[in-house]
Design a protein around this ligand. Structure first.
Ligand SMILES: Nc1ncnc2c1ncn2[C@@H]1O[C@H](COP(=O)(O)OP(=O)(O)OP(=O)(O)O)[C@@H](O)[C@H]1O
Ligand SMILES: [Mg+2]
Length: 145
């Protein structure tokens, strides 16, 4: 049986321009997006950017169950990985130490302790996403700092 959409869900479906929706957990966001994708042409290109891998996996299954091929489901990391790492032929490298990060990023605040605290933050955040090419690291991580 087809789900009876709420007024808010229908309003989303009828929107053509940009739209920001704030909705609490379990309120029907993914269901709305499934209906949204169904109402769009099958050759349209919709990106569903999920918060983490668990959400990505659930959404992938739900879009597949709805036989939708116009939605690509990714996390921010998987999307960036495809474009930046695979797309540019970079190799992954793991295991930089805090002092490596100080060196790579030229972290020199004048206080060695502060340098290491900063470098340690970088090390922790890059643990699953370390890129071998230093130029990319320097650009993306310096921007984050
Ligand atoms: N209009 C509706 N009428 C009845 N049930 C609905 C409606 N919209 C969504 N649901 C149901 O509500 C439940 C939660 O929906 P959904 O998973 O889409 O929410 P969500 O906001 O994406 O949740 P989460 O925050 O966990 O990602 C599902 O069982 C879905 O079938
Ligand atoms: Mg959801």
């Amino acid at each position: 049986m087809d789900m009876q959409l709420t007024v808010e869900q229908l309003a989303v479906l009828e929107t053509d321009g940009n739209l920001v929706i704030n909705a609490v957990a379990g309120s029907g966001k993914t269901s709305t997006l499934i209906e949204y994708a169904k109402s769009r042409p099958s050759d349209s290109r919709i990106l569903y950017l999920a918060f983490n891998r668990t959400v990505k996996s659930e959404a992938t299954q739900r879009f597949a169950r709805a036989s939708l091929s116009n939605v690509r489901v990714e996390t921010a990391h998987s999307l960036a990985f495809d474009y930046v790492v695979k797309g540019s032929g970079y190799r992954m490298s793991q295991g930089y130490k805090s002092y490596d990060w100080c060196e790579i990023l030229g972290i020199k605040t004048g206080d060695r302790q502060t340098d290491f605290v900063l470098a340690n933050h970088v090390k922790n955040s890059s643990a699953f996403f370390a890129i071998a090419k230093q130029s990319v690291c320097r650009t993306s991580i310096t921007a984050a700092l």
